[in-house]
Design a binder for this molecule. Structure first.
Ligand SMILES: [Zn+2]
Length: 262
């Protein structure tokens, strides 16, 4: 008997809008094509067509228009089913067939996708994790060397979401929704200048961008060593900021605010 849980999903990633990434996940065994968010519906539909894939599902991470604004157009063209947090409908008035809030496991044939609650950028933000293939789609919660802006949540909430992602295995490939990496690198180096892993990783990232290549996906193990927002409980930051008596979520909040003004 073949081990059906090994039927690998095929991830197609492409740049769209000004700095978003679009994602199509094709799982041949279940004849599913899952679109992660809907930033640029025309480009997403064109991409799916060129690959011979028919979009069967959209999985939204949060309600922002560059993530859920294309739901209606893609559904009209394909009849796909749309799943996401209820804010997609309540805040953006975009169509949604099924509400998710984290803790669910979605099944596409033998492919399982876990839904993780990762609020903070928005109050109902969720992420999608495929444990069998070490893949996570994290929307605007985590970026390479950065994290999303804290538009709606509170520091403790956002910090807990980052710890949820940090608890995944080092091998996890992180697919985030934007190419913000070089700006994040400059900020990370400004508050963690002695970090050799960060400096070495930064050299590699600059080479990728100079060759017009994406820095995504990023490896979670590397992010754990270099991303200041995943390391807010590392004493190096409390020392650097003179915040030794503060809780980790307060150090996180302080770093987040510094980045907002960087
Ligand atoms: Zn957003």
């Amino acid at each position: 008997m073949p081990n059906l849980s090994n039927t690998a999903p095929n991830v197609c990633m492409f740049a769209c809008l000004s700095d978003n990434y679009g994602y199509l996940v094709h799982h041949a065994a279940s004849n599913s094509t899952i679109c992660i968010d809907s930033p640029d519906p025309s480009k997403i539909l064109e991409k799916a067509n060129s690959l011979g894939w028919t979009i069967t599902h959209i999985l939204n991470t949060h309600w922002h228009a560059d993530h859920a604004g294309g739901n209606e157009k893609i559904q009209k063209e394909t009849g796909c089913r749309i799943l996401g947090p209820k804010e997609v409908n309540s805040r953006l008035n975009a169509p949604l067939d099924e509400t998710l809030s984290g803790g669910e496991t979605l099944e596409f044939g033998d492919l399982q996708i876990q839904v993780l609650a990762t609020p903070g950028h928005t109050l109902e933000h969720i992420s999608y994790y495929i444990p069998s293939h070490n893949i996570a789609f994290v929307g605007d919660t985590l970026f390479a060397l950065g994290c999303g802006r804290m538009f709606e949540g509170q520091p403790e909430m956002f910090w807990n979401s980052l710890k949820t992602i940090r608890a995944l295995p080092d091998e996890t490939q992180i697919y985030c929704a934007h190419e913000y990496t070089l700006a994040n690198l400059e900020f990370a180096l400004s508050i963690d200048p002695e970090n050799t892993d960060l400096r070495n990783y930064g050299t590699k990232l600059k080479e990728l961008r100079a060759a017009d290549k994406p820095t995504i996906p990023t490896n979670l193990g590397m992010e754990k060593l270099t991303n200041p927002f995943l390391r807010a409980d590392n004493p190096v930051f409390a020392n650097f900021l003179g915040m030794n008596r503060y809780a980790s979520e307060n150090v996180f909040a302080h770093i987040r605010k510094m980045k907002d003004n960087f």
